[in-house]
Design a protein around this ligand. Sequence first.
Ligand code: DC
Length: 231
Amino acid sequence: MVENKKIIIAIDGFSSCGKSTMAKELAKRLGYIYVDSGAMYRAITLYCLEHGLITGEVVDQVALEKALPTISITFKLNRNGLPETYLDGKNVEREIRTMAVSDKVSQVSAIPFVRKALVSLQQALGKEKGIVMDGRDIGTTVFPDAELKIFVTASPEVRALRRCEELAAKGAEVSFQTVLENVKKRDYIDQHREESPLVMAKDAVLLDNSTLSIEQQNEWLYNKYREVVSK
Ligand code: DC
């Protein structure tokens, strides 16, 4: 049966374009593990902020490199079966989504030794396959042999609006303009960094979901999965 064939599904793309929504839903439907690789970069960024390792735009790389092997990032399922991020044993799911972290995460994730450590961790999580992972370099660097690769995009305005709604739902009122600037700034840094910049893998399928509903994009993704496993 095709359902028994476990594969790796890599979902990359720009920030706030709904990657995690579709990745989570597909993982649930297939009984796969879901990993939000961005949450790992966010957790390291939170660690830096909590330990005074960021001044303005500058990260204290010497101190971070020393601390990195001691930092633990894990995921645990909550009551609704959704994974939440733990930093050194503490649930930080809410803290890692704040604007303070969003504002610095691209700088932290551009550091080569941070990427090296997190890529190893991500590869270990996918050893048994049966995983959906979203991020920026999953199809290009983490799992270049993934059986299904998707590259998601939507206009910066649509993505900023979605992020504003997400923040508002959590009680954080942030102006559209502030969020739009953050989205554009992160796009730029993510695409122009030296180490694993955000690019579409040659064998990825492009999805522009600017005009799709969540249900439509979930169906689209599930159909792509079916195409791959029934080959
Ligand atoms: O998906 P997100 O917006 O939560 O990701 C946060 C940041 O982490 C994003 O600006 C870039 C970085 N990131 C990365 O460099 N590589 C990944 N695989 C995932 C995220």
